[in-house]
Design a protein around this ligand. Structure first.
Ligand code: GRF
Length: 213
């Protein structure tokens, strides 16, 4: 069976969605960069092995990433899934697992990389928002895109209501992207996403507003 390592720093709802998705892979390890992450409890409840690598205990980013890489390598995973992992990764780490690192980001990249994506979307007044699964490159929240889901921004939305709408889509598209990866349907080649066969019809669903005229 193929093996997955999941990296978290917080709540772990995407990790749980992956655990419950019936993937053709076992989650061989959940690593948290924060000992207080509530996702650790979730992982234990799901019966998943966990490990804490507290980034504050490392002198440098290089030291932390080397230890993180070594912890991951003990499981020899087919894929490393970042799921709310709040650390910027060094180029050396990204190179070590090149083509095997996926991330989920709560915006339609390249719009709104970084933090507070939902509040920023509301501040900008965008009408459509969403989430993105992408391969990881050394640039924060950039990288070849595998799948995106769009949601409408509705009148009266707050950061929380918008985040909830996006999160429901995150929990759908992250398992989908990983299924494609594990089956060899999608891979990274020369820095680009390559599909062995086109994504099925309906993999991209356009959100189209109703018009009043
Ligand atoms: C998600 O919105 C994810 O896209 C972002 O951080 C959040 C993590 O949520 N990278 P959870 O820990 O998976 O619940």
């Amino acid at each position: 069976m193929q093996r997955l390592v999941v990296l978290i720093s917080g709540r772990g709802s995407n990790m749980e969605a992956l655990a419950r998705a019936g993937l053709a892979a076992e989650i061989a390890l959940v690593i948290s960069s924060d000992p207080d992450a509530t996702g650790l409890e979730r992982a234990k409840r799901l019966g998943l092995p966990t490990q804490v690598l507290d980034h504050r205990e490392y002198e440098s980013r290089d030291d932390f990433d080397a230890a993180l890489g070594d912890a991951i390598a003990t499981r020899d995973p087919d894929l490393v899934a970042l799921a709310g992992f709040m650390r910027i990764l060094t180029p050396a780490f990204v190179a070590r697992f090149e083509g095997k690192l996926l991330n989920i980001h709560p915006s339609l990249l390249p719009a709104f990389p970084g933090l507070r994506t939902h509040d920023r979307a509301l501040e900008e007044g965008v009408r459509v928002h969403g989430c993105t699964v992408h391969f990881v490159t050394p640039d924060l929240d950039h990288g070849p895109i595998v799948i995106q889901a769009a949601v409408p921004v509705l009148e009266g939305d707050t950061g929380e209501t918008l985040a909830d709408r996006v999160l429901a889509e995150e929990h759908r598209i992250y398992p989908q992207a990983i299924r494609w990866f594990l089956s060899g349907r999608v891979r990274l080649a020369s820095g680009r996403v390559v599909f062995r066969e086109p994504p099925p019809a309906g993999a991209a669903v356009l959100y189209s507003p109703g018009l009043d005229n």
